[in-house]
Design a protein around this ligand. Structure first.
Ligand SMILES: Nc1nc2c(ncn2[C@@H]2O[C@H](COP(=O)(O)OP(=O)(O)OP(=O)(O)O)[C@@H](O)[C@H]2O)c(=O)[nH]1
Ligand SMILES: [Mg+2]
Length: 354
């Protein structure tokens, strides 16, 4: 279950620069709007120092971090949903993502053209919000005739139609679908429309290097994650030791990627558990609140189907006792059953039978 994040924003705000730095993948960054004309998809390992600690203990053949997939699309401009610019045709490429990350320009560089002529973060955010809402309105309006037909044939489809109409009304009033207080049944009813404004949103403030700890205005009630795309681009060029030195010189403890992923996990209610042994030390992503069989199912459906128990140690106990064997000897290896709610950092070994 790789988490996927779509990157949106106005043209020239640094989306591709950031994407390239995060994914080291050479998505074209250029000082003119609409440099990105193909969707770029990059898969990035999630930085997690705990995984390295586990590998120190078990010395496995391989280390497998969790991954996040980023999708970089062309910039959206006012009227994109009406066919202005290139962005709208790429919105389809982020319909299937788990979250949307909006890059907002805060950096001041006069050499980099701003499509609206000036750097005004909050107004830029409004523009993008409107375009995402307009794109969703188009999606719902296009689906309505089909939903009407289905509802006539099949009573069960009535809920879909009703919810679509309710959501359309909300969108038309300028509200994002996510803020419409839909109950679970309604959310399920419109899930298949993959509305963009139904997705959780995360904001990145692309700041100047010396603005990293500036007081930034909240966006939609959320503190944006300050990242300098330029710093990230520089970091991507360095080897790990040099990068650590550079971060320290900047007064930062972690890369932008690490901070971004942490925010995304928080926003989406995700956490990690680990498996570790001779063959591999590996991080897995699960929702907070997931029970042991569900965690097992992320590894393999057989593990979930035939789940018997999970031998579990907390990350701290695992490290303090030098691994699974040590935990067993000191009684720190717990035998957990199907109702166990997995905790962040648990090191788990599943017993199953199929
Ligand atoms: N000074 C400064 N320049 C930046 C920063 N981030 C990006 N740029 C520059 O801004 C220009 C546009 O960057 P891109 O990453 O291509 O922007 P984009 O958002 O992908 O643009 P589109 O794909 O056209 O929507 C490039 O010249 C970058 O070097 C930054 O943090 N600071
Ligand atoms: Mg780009």
């Amino acid at each position: 279950m790789a988490l996927s994040i779509g990157i949106v924003g106005l043209p020239n705000v640094g989306k591709s620069t950031l994407f390239t730095a995060l994914t080291n993948k050479g998505g074209l960054a250029a000082n003119y709007p609409f440099a990105t004309i193909e969707p770029n998809v990059g898969v990035v390992p999630v930085p997690d120092a705990r995984l390295d600690a586990l590998a120190q203990i078990d010395n496995p053949a391989r280390i497998v971090p969790a991954t996040v997939e980023f999708v970089d699309i062309a910039g959206l401009v006012e009227g994109a949903s009406q066919g202005e610019g290139l962005g709208n045709q790429f919105l389809a490429n982020i319909r299937e993502t788990d979250a949307i990350c909006e890059v907002v320009r805060f950096f001041s560089d006069p050499d980099v053209v701003h499509v609206a002529g000036k750097v005004d973060a909050l107004s830029d955010v409004e523009t993008i919000k409107t375009e995402l809402i307009l794109a969703d309105i188009a999606t719902v309006e296009k689906a309505l005739p089909r939903l009407e037909k289905e509802a006539k044939r099949d009573k069960a489809a009535t809920k879909k139609l009703e919810t679509a109409k309710k959501v359309l009304a909300g969108l038309n009033e300028g509200h994002r679908a996510r803020t419409l207080d839909l109950d679970e049944e309604e959310q399920a009813a419109i899930y298949e429309l993959h509305l963009l404004t139904m997705k959780p949103m995360l904001y990145i403030a692309n700041v100047d290097e010396d603005q990293m700890d500036a007081d930034l205005p909240k966006i939609d009630g959320l503190a944006p994650v300050p990242i300098s795309a330029k710093v990230e681009a520089d970091l991507a060029e360095l080897d790990p030791a040099e990068a650590a030195e550079y971060l320290e010189a900047m007064g930062l403890s972690e890369s932008g990627l690490a901070r971004l992923v942490q925010e995304a996990y928080k926003l989406l209610g995700l956490q990690s558990f680990f498996t570790s042994g001779d063959t591999e030390s590996r991080a897995w992503t699960i929702p907070i609140g997931a029970k042991a069989p569900q965690a097992a199912g992320v590894i393999h459906t057989d593990f979930e189907r035939g789940f018997i128990k999970a031998e579990t140690a907390s990350f701290e106990d695992y490290v303090a006792n030098g691994g699974e064997k040590g935990c067993r000897e000191t009684g720190k290896l717990r035998q957990e059953g199907k109702d166990y709610v997995v905790q962040d950092g648990d090191v788990m070994h599943f017993k199953f039978n199929v």
